[in-house]
Design a protein. Sequence first.
Length: 487
Amino acid sequence: MADPKGFLNHGREVAKSRPVDVRLKDWNEVYVPGSLLPIISKQASRCMDCGIPFCHNGCPLGNLIPEWNDYAYREDWTAASERLHATNNFPEFTGRLCPAPCESACVLGINQPAVTIKNVEVSIIDKAWDSGDVAPQIPERLSGKTVAVIGSGPAGLAAAQQLTRAGHTVAVYERADRIGGLLRYGIPEFKMEKRHINRRIEQMRAEGTRFRTGIEIGRDLKATDLKKRYDAVVIAAGATTARDLPVPGRELKGIHQAMEYLPLANKVQEGDYVAPPITAEGKHVVVIGGGDTGADCVGTAHRQGAASVTQLEIMPRPNDERNPVSQPWPTFPMLYKVTSAHEEGGERVYSVSTTHFEGDEDGNVQWLHLTEVEFVEGKLTQKPGTERKIPAQLVTLAMGFTGTDRENGLVEQFGLDLDERGNIARDADFQTNVPGVYVAGDAGRGQSLIVWAIAEGRSAARGVDRFLTGASDLPAPIRPTDRSLMV
């Protein structure tokens, strides 16, 4: 235990953010660089090293949180990094992007603010990179087996790294022009600077993983041909089919899916554009969808100089605090979140539904018509007399995803079975109905969190390794049927 009285002597203190008026002028991460290290040892000392650490259950990776909290408290950063990497391939990603279900399950959180697990995690890995403690792990011998991984998001990268380290020759296929999947083009720069991806990719290259960009399996290369080339295939293509909004006026110009809008802003930061083809500059922006992707659109619109930003959510406003009856500890509660993007301005409107869009004579969207909704006998129903319209010259749809891409032919060419939710079906080893073809991440689980994607990639890697060699020592932190601890 780090400090038996740590949680009594120290309150919760999180990373400091740069002033709003400063950070809106650039695309750098919102936090003050280096602000965590002076306080993180005290924050790590708040960990009680519980007899039953429920943070382990909150995290699908099974992160050894009390152990690396103890090392961080003692400032043994090398040991802390080793314990952190024992269960997580990419803690610099999760430490910045994960909503931290481990903190919701923290025992201290029963009656006090939880341990800042996420901040401790990112402090350890940033220190490890600065100290040179993150080195390539090159396999001692090669198996002679080959594996193709389709998709370079967190699930695909985790599977690829695990299988490379097991001695297999792994090639990652990515349809975009750069490696990273949604980490690269879905997550804005102000949430995670892409240098963090770049140095992991270089580590993986040094270990032996090969990367093939600009190749979409199903279109540029048939799935059947890919299967002939490799001894096994891991599909980690994500759940990229976005949920649409079929209301009158949807065809108007200026209405885009979030994943049409966000990647262009990231491509500006990569140097591909001077200005994005779709921009919020000077426009009244409406974001439909109250989740993290919607918040990403909000923050992006602010930095592009939007005239106004309004975020709409069909569900009621969540509670500020956990309801001990409907969302008891240690479940992951649905609470009202104020992200860095929301701190920067804009309006959030709950319990509303879009009825139609209105455009100008040139076919450009100008107004969004909405109405308030309420639950009546368990169903969302429009409230009469609440109709109104708001200005909308750019609309982004951030309403989630419904499954993996079916248009590129990958599913049909492999001959894959789907489950009742439209995801690629798999068995207990993450293998599809086609022998030697496995699936990891959102393509098999459905839209989920980054920490689940990494856990899926690690678990699928074990199944592939066992298929190729007859046995495996690789860890499998989750089963395909495991779900978040929620009510």
